[in-house]
Ligand binder design. Structure first.
Ligand code: ZN
Length: 321
């Protein structure tokens, strides 16, 4: 995944390349129009003057004068349009057709990054996330509660469907009111209970609300950290430390080393200090297993910084078959 800075640079390049295309196309059309329509410049000038005169008359002239100027402008326009249409050119094609009316595809509006660049950056991030996860499939409205047993299960000491309904509502609310003041979440439960689904549903909605979201499986994160061990200022560490929402999926399935355990501690700690929320999912349900795997220090920091959501039920994926 790209850092936020790289993402914005790419978004800006895309917006500016739209401008270049629009300008080039309009310039070419103008050249062709000049070749095919003798006297085009005179027609264009006449129309511009007539429009300006009509504008002036509307402001300062009497009603008759305004009407006459307006008619003259309409006539000049009609003449130009007729000449263009004989050459198969639409009048609008002589001017660049910018995608963004605010910044005219320059990427900057009133001294700030234009809205279109933010939208483009979000679309790029969404594409990145979709490539590596089931983002498009994992929405709140595709989450099926009726797959969870609707009866008290002594083993879980709860009714799994009611438990999931509560978690689902909590997650919807979490996404809907997302801000970086949101708490971090630790979703625990055995495999196939919909933890990734809900984490991605939150990610998708938070992304739509304009925040920068990063999704990584624990395996990818740890593998890459291990490879970038000697590059402390790696892109990856920046990406995971600065994302407004980070989803670290499937903690507990990765290969751990002393180094990756300390990398996890760094991650949990840095994001906690920066007050940036993280959603961790894990199939590790017992605290002592978590402590044994990631050390006491890391596990305490993780548990201490998260609200824990316990998922109960039977494997959803297995039931599908
Ligand atoms: Zn714009």
């Amino acid at each position: 995944m790209q850092t936020r800075q790289q993402l914005y640079a790419q978004a800006l390049r895309q917006v500016q390349s739209r401008r270049q295309k629009a300008v080039t196309l309009a310039t070419r059309t103008m050249e062709r129009a000049r070749e095919e329509i003798p006297g085009l410049d005179a027609l264009l000038r006449r129309q511009a003057l007539a429009e300006a005169a009509a504008g002036r008359a509307r402001l300062v002239g009497g009603p008759d004068e305004a009407k006459a100027a307006q008619d003259a402008a309409a006539q000049a326009r009609a003449q130009l349009e007729q000449a263009l249409s004989q050459a198969g050119i639409r009048p609008g094609d002589l001017h660049p057709a910018y995608t963004c009316p605010l910044c005219k595809d320059k990427g900057e509006y009133e001294g700030k990054t234009c809205r279109c660049v933010h939208l483009e950056a979000r679309a790029l991030r969404r594409r990145e996330l979709s490539r590596i996860s089931a983002l498009e499939l994992s929405r709140f409205d595709t989450f099926e509660l009726d797959r969870y047993p609707d009866r008290f299960v002594p083993e879980y000491n709860c009714n799994p469907r009611e438990n999931m309904a509560e978690i689902l509502n909590y997650c919807k609310d979490y996404a809907r009111r997302f801000s970086t003041r949101n708490p971090s979440l630790l979703m625990t439960g055995t495999a196939g209970l919909g933890k990734t689904h809900l984490a991605l549903a939150i990610a998708g909605e938070v992304l739509e609300r304009g925040a920068d979201v990063i999704y990584l499986t624990a395996r990818t994160f740890f593998d890459q950290m291990e490879r970038e061990k000697y590059a402390p200022e790696s892109d990856l560490s920046r990406i995971v430390q600065e994302a407004e929402l980070l989803v670290l999926d499937d903690l507990g399935t990765e290969f751990v080393t002393n180094y990756t355990v300390s990398a996890l501690y760094e991650l949990v700690n840095t994001r906690m200090l920066r007050r940036l929320p993280t959603i961790y999912t894990t199939n590790i349900q017992k605290e002592d297993v978590l402590r044994a795997r990631y050390t006491e220090k890391t596990a305490s920091r993780l548990l201490g910084s998260c609200e824990v959501l316990d998922f109960y039920g039977t494997d959803q994926r297995r039931r599908e078959k």
